[in-house]
Design a protein around this ligand. Structure first.
Ligand SMILES: Nc1ncnc2c1ncn2[C@@H]1O[C@H](COP(=O)(O)OP(=O)(O)O)[C@@H](O)[C@H]1O
Ligand code: SF4
Ligand SMILES: [Mg+2]
Length: 327
């Protein structure tokens, strides 16, 4: 660890316009869902994105797989400018290399398609004409995701499978083209607690077998701790802390990360921390002020924070970055 840089994200920003309620008002408002986010993911790495609901995790993931166009910023895959890829063969090639697994396996699979058709579809799009080859590759992939023997699954429909089996089908579909980078957006959060560990283990195994790197999105710090090599903590569209997983969980530096970890027990018997209260509620970042976004809830914020722009990330220890004026 770590390998070469696979994905480089710089200044990534996505604003969504807010529907106008007062027709008299001329000014447009925007939700700053992802705001000036910078990070890198290395080959073979699992890079975690954590934070409360609404902080911009899914939007970041969708930007990386080109389901959204960014407002500004850059994304590079192996040095290649991803935002410039628009259509045709280059977009097909990008789809082969980068895939996404969604949170809800009940919504992400077409109910009218058989498991074979669902997993084979990306192969067909990529021009694998031979039915025999498609069958072989789908069977191989179903075995790899633990749906064995594959023949018993191929011609069934999603509604005949359990949530865990459906998520395995979604994983097979994402992995069948041998991608290098996969965005996994809370892939176990909708599943029964008893089967979550199995799906997480599978994703870890596939990293080794298929040499794939992940952006792993979760709001669950215990899951992040189990899955991720490094973590980025997001708060209202901003990354506030980045570092090696164990360091961020055991020695969080940013007041938000500290509060997040204090609020949620992270399973480790040796771990003890005095609780820190997070005041107030998280709100949507609509036309946010220029000062630190955490100020309204920050227990150590002061007048300097209010009169300064939102702090940028700075490296306070090797590989451990924090965005706070007071650290
Ligand atoms: N398509 C969209 N249109 C308008 N607002 C959106 C859209 N998608 C997300 N948002 C808003 O952007 C913010 C970030 O959302 P999201 O990325 O889904 O967060 P998370 O995945 O961390 O819960 C939220 O305030 C959400 O309401
Ligand atoms: S910059 Fe100020 S308000 Fe923001 S997290 Fe640091 S201390 Fe708190
Ligand atoms: Mg989400």
């Amino acid at each position: 660890m770590p390998g070469r840089e696979l994905l480089g994200v710089e200044g990534l920003t996505k604003y969504f316009p807010v529907k106008k309620r007062l027709f008299l008002s001329r000014a447009r408002s925007f939700i700053h869902a992802v705001d000036d986010v910078t990070f890198t993911v290395h080959e073979g790495e699992i890079f975690g994105l954590v934070g409360e609901s609404g902080c911009g995790k899914t939007t970041t993931g969708k930007l990386l797989v080109k389901l959204y166009e960014p407002t500004c910023g850059s994304i590079h895959l192996d040095g290649q400018d991803v935002i410039q890829i628009r259509r045709g063969a280059r977009l097909r090639e990008f789809r082969r290399r980068v895939q996404m697994i969604f949170q809800d396996p009940y919504e992400s699979l077409n109910p009218r398609m058989t498991i074979f058709d669902i997993v084979a579809e990306p192969l067909a799009v990529q021009g694998v004409r031979s039915l025999v080859e498609r069958e072989e590759r789908v069977a191989d992939m179903l075995s790899k995701v633990g749906l064995t023997p594959p023949e018993t699954f191929m011609f069934r429909y999603p509604h005949e499978l359990s949530g865990g089996q459906r998520q395995r089908v979604a994983i097979a579909r994402a992995m069948v083209l041998g991608p290098e980078f996969v965005v996994a957006d809370e892939p176990t959060s909708m599943l029964d607690v008893s089967i979550r560990a199995g799906v997480m283990k599978l994703l870890l195994e596939l990293r080794e077998v298929l040499n794939v790197s992940y952006l792993y999105i979760t709001h669950d710090l215990a899951v992040a701790r189990y899955m991720c090599d490094r973590l980025a903590v997001m708060y209202l569209g901003k990354v506030v802390e980045v570092g090696p997983t164990e360091e961020v969980i055991q020695e969080p530096l940013h007041p938000y990360t500290r509060a997040l970890i204090a609020a949620v027990p992270v399973p480790d018997p040796t771990y003890r921390r005095e609780p820190v209260e997070i005041k107030g509620d998280i709100s949507a970042p609509i036309d946010p002020p220029s000062y630190c976004r955490f100020l309204p809830r920050c227990p150590i914020g002061d007048v300097t924070c209010e009169s300064s722009p939102h702090p940028s990330l700075k490296e306070v220890r090797a590989g451990h970055f924090v965005a706070c004026h007071r650290l």
